[in-house]
Design a protein around this ligand. Sequence first.
Ligand SMILES: O=C([O-])CC(=O)C(=O)O
Ligand SMILES: [Mg+2]
Length: 208
Amino acid sequence: MSEWRFVPTATAHEAGGRIGALPAAIRPVGAAGATVCGPAYTVLCGQRDNLALHHALALAPPGAVVVCQTGGWFEAGYVGEVMVRAALARGLAGLVIDGCVRDAEAIAASGWPVFARGLSVRGTTKDPSLAQAQGCRLRFRAAGGSVDVDPGDLVLGDADGVVVVPRPRAAEVLAASHARETAEREILTRLGDGETTLDIYGLPRLGE
Ligand SMILES: O=C([O-])CC(=O)C(=O)O
Ligand SMILES: [Mg+2]
């Protein structure tokens, strides 16, 4: 997994053929500059209910990124200081949630990477009768289509957002990401030498 650590989300997204971008509303909410990288552990919560997340924090293997959907009910504080402390104690790599979290200052101070739609003070229930699941496929509705997340898929998060790379494509996308990073460094050098992006990309000129 360490070979992915310095691959930006945008690079992996492009290198894979514009894949895996989760909704742009899911952004880092903790410490500035937080990144996450690891295999997905997926969980589906009931609406306004975080019982399944409590189970996930106990069940996910160390190093996993917990990826959570909330039945489409975004505005509740599904995770906060207590649960972040629990996740840290278990060695989990981070959280990506299609909903909100709370205890923002404590999350930032913890340094644990949390990617969420935002913040909400609203409390959650812990109701075992609600529909919920561990280790299931999650489908995120994103601009231009949907993104499926299966357990074990590679999750990358940084200041730009979150990208998920299907596990069967991980080696290929990693190689393409490294090639793209090398190419972009060359482009930056050429810009420093006075070329324009029109020159470098061979873009059509005005009037052409
Ligand atoms: O307890 C909860 O439901 C969420 C929370 O605020 C915490 O984890 O601290
Ligand atoms: Mg709390």
